[in-house]
Design a protein around this ligand. Structure first.
Ligand SMILES: Cc1ncc(COP(=O)(O)O)c(C=O)c1O
Length: 366
């Protein structure tokens, strides 16, 4: 029996990538959110001090890492009182997102809800277990069969931020349905506009969202973006001790343990805010250069108040926009990768060097 998987979306960008690569100044690849800046010193030092890693690492994470995660939620996410049973490290967050429906025992007849404009891995996780999937941002539409609800704030691809009230409505409906609510929050430190310009975006575990009870709610986080650790595979999940316990039990059986040196690197990264601020300023400058260039080229930027992408539209089919960029040696992602409603947008990533951003700006003016 073969698994029925969706096509891997990026394969369909190959033709546009080939066009962009032929540009005399080389390609500017703004189609993926893969960090390009150096690994922070504090992380590299911690990693190299932890290379004597002969024993199997702990699936639950070292006590020092679990304490660092709990302390970080208190300091940066406004969530106090997490203890060891509330936190669990993951091997980056994508594997957890893809595996969550499976680890929670979902299957045919169950429904997984995800945002309308969404990172494709939520739907993949439902497909892996034969569950139904519903793309909906409106809690009143979520059916009785809902067992897992993904929210993503700040959002990929559209950079939209959910405030406490919106998150509270999600959690309230999730509890009514007896569903697990998972907030995927990996861009929380990368806010640009309004109140998010200088402080993290709201956390799904915030007491203003969950009250004094974490029941059924988890926050999924990644150090890929804020700390340039995509290559380390460094993530974690925190919240409801029952859900975390269930995940821990199955992940122990499956041997899903972040490597010990990476656990140390994560611990160090979580304790240092300086490198996160520095990285945010790099992205802020790239965004400040790119956004007006897109607007001058006739694009409107929707949402994008946080995160690593500009969600841009010229009210034309997204593939027309992709081709227009490719002719200028710039590769962007079509919005259709993120759901049917994205068919008239493109997602433009901020994750390239200052030099490549400057090249893109120049080409968009031409
Ligand atoms: C919304 C969202 N969630 C999760 C991830 C996965 O991050 P990682 O697996 O690197 O931790 C990404 C990566 O782009 C993302 O955009």
């Amino acid at each position: 029996m073969a698994l029925s998987l969706p096509d891997f979306p990026w394969d369909s960008l190959a033709a546009a990538a080939a066009v962009a690569r032929r540009h005399e100044g080389g390609i500017v690849d703004l189609s993926v959110g893969s960090p390009v800046d150096p690994t922070p010193e504090v992380v590299a030092r911690a990693l190299s001090a932890a290379t004597d890693a002969h024993a199997y690492p702990q699936v639950a994470g070292t006590p020092a890492l679990r304490a660092a995660v709990a302390e970080w939620y208190e300091r940066r996410r406004g969530v106090s009182g997490l203890h060891d049973g509330n936190v669990l490290p993951t091997i980056g967050s994508k594997e957890l997102i893809a595996g969550m429906a499976l680890w929670l025992g979902l299957g045919p007849g169950d429904t997984v809800v995800h945002p309308v404009a969404a990172y494709p891995t939520y739907a993949l996780g439902a497909a892996l277990v034969g569950a139904d999937v519903l793309a909906s941002d409106d809690p009143s539409e979520w059916p009785e069969s809902t067992r897992l609800i993904w929210v993503n704030s700040p959002g990929n691809p559209d950079g939209a931020v959910l405030d406490h009230e919106q998150l509270r409505a999600v959690v309230a409906r999730g509890r009514e349905l007896g569903a697990v609510v998972a907030g995927d929050e990996c861009y929380a430190e990368l806010g640009w506009e309004g109140e998010w310009a200088d402080s993290p975006t709201p956390c799904i575990l915030d007491p203003r969202v969950v009250g004094d009870d974490l029941r059924g709610v988890v926050s999924v986080y990644s150090l890929s973006k804020q700390s340039n650790l995509a290559g380390y595979r460094a993530g974690f999940v925190a919240g409801c001790d029952h859900v975390i316990g269930q995940l821990l039990a199955v992940r122990k059986h499956a041997g899903l343990m972040p490597p010990a040196p990476v656990q140390e690197a994560m611990r160090a990264a979580l304790g240092d805010e300086g490198h996160v601020r520095e990285q945010k300023e790099r992205y802020r400058a790239r965004r400040a250069a790119l956004a007006p260039a897109l607007e001058a080229a006739g694009f409107r930027i929707d949402h994008s108040e946080a995160g690593l992408y500009l969600w841009a539209t010229r009210d034309e089919d997204c593939w027309t926009s992709v081709d227009w960029f490719a002719q200028r040696g710039v590769l962007v992602a079509p919005g259709s990768f993120y759901g049917v409603d994205g068919g008239r947008h493109v997602r433009v990533a901020l994750t390239t060097t200052d030099e490549r951003i400057a090249a893109a700006v120049e080409r968009l003016q031409g």
